[in-house]
Write a protein that binds this ligand. Structure first.
Ligand SMILES: CCCCCCCCCC(=O)SCCNC(=O)CCNC(=O)[C@H](O)C(C)(C)COP(=O)(O)OP(=O)(O)OC[C@H]1O[C@@H](n2cnc3c(N)ncnc32)[C@H](O)[C@@H]1OP(=O)(O)O
Length: 229
């Protein structure tokens, strides 16, 4: 599995394939808003098949593919700041990137999310790259938590608007092999006032292995309360 992973990355000319290769600078990417939730050469056959399968489901409008960017659009940052922050943008914030998209292509999180707003579900098809290792050969628990947080967070966002994670409870049932593809399946359970409850499981593509189960509590932000920086 790891050998296949390394081979695919060499074709991409990633730092793993070319030791000492330079990372791209922030400035070259600054205002380029590329959609990363689209196939690239690091995607395995499994990820590509799931992508194609769900793109077909999008044709009747029941499912939607969610685009995904490294950086927030400046107007979105401005809107968030105006509504929820009481201080000016911190230095360096113009270089901020979405954490799950911040690793080079193929090395970290390769994923695409699809939502079904009638069923109140968000699915994430995730390929876990070689830089997400925890126990040798397996994915780090924090990396799994990141994608559970992102997927359940997106599910809560679609129901409740701008939210923050207040509680995330994860049971790790079986380790995820590095470079494999898994399905993160999140479901909105209920909304009670500002509280949005979401549950989630992470399974292998063939659904035979349950890797993790989780529940999340998200709180809709209150524009009358500023977040402190
Ligand atoms: C495009 C979008 C895609 C989204 C994907 C991104 C996913 C990533 C999301 C994150 O990782 S966010 C980062 C991690 N989270 C944080 O840093 C949040 C830190 N916590 C806070 O800032 C505040 O605690 C929070 C905004 C969550 C809530 O503060 P508030 O002052 O707005 O709420 P408040 O304390 O008044 O509580 C509102 C209700 O929620 C309940 N509550 C709050 N925190 C709770 C908690 N931890 N457990 C249980 N209940 C909680 C609280 O009891 C109350 O219940 P009642 O209305 O019934 O009285």
């Amino acid at each position: 599995m790891l050998r296949t992973c390394a081979k695919r990355l060499r074709t991409l000319g990633s730092p793993l394939g070319q030791p000492g290769a330079q990372r791209r600078s922030f400035s070259s990417e600054k205002f380029i808003h590329k959609d990363y939730a689209l196939p690239n050469p690091s995607w395995s056959k499994d990820l590509r098949l799931l992508f194609d399968q769900f793109m077909k489901k999008c044709e009747d409008g029941s499912w939607k593919r969610l685009p995904s960017y490294r950086q927030n659009f400046p107007e979105k940052i401005q809107e968030f700041q105006t509504l929820y922050l009481d201080s000016s943008l911190a230095k360096g914030e113009q270089h901020a990137q979405q954490f799950p998209r911040s690793l080079d292509v193929g090395l970290g999180f390769e994923y695409v999310m699809f939502c079904n707003d009638v069923e109140r579900k968000v699915l994430c098809f995730l390929q876990v790259g070689p830089h997400l290792q925890g126990t040798p050969g397996f994915v780090h628990g924090g990396a799994i938590a990141t994608m559970i947080d992102s997927t359940t967070g997106m599910c809560a966002f679609r129901a409740g608007g701008i939210v923050m994670t207040a509680n995330l409870n994860i049971n790790f049932r079986s380790p995820i092999p590095l470079c494999s593809v898994v399905v993160v399946d999140s479901q909105l359970d209920k909304v009670e006032g500002r509280k949005v409850f979401v549950s989630c499981n992470v399974r292998s593509v063939d659904k035979k292995t349950l890797h993790s189960e989780a529940t999340g509590l998200f709180i809709k932000l209150d524009p009358d309360k500023s977040l402190k920086k």
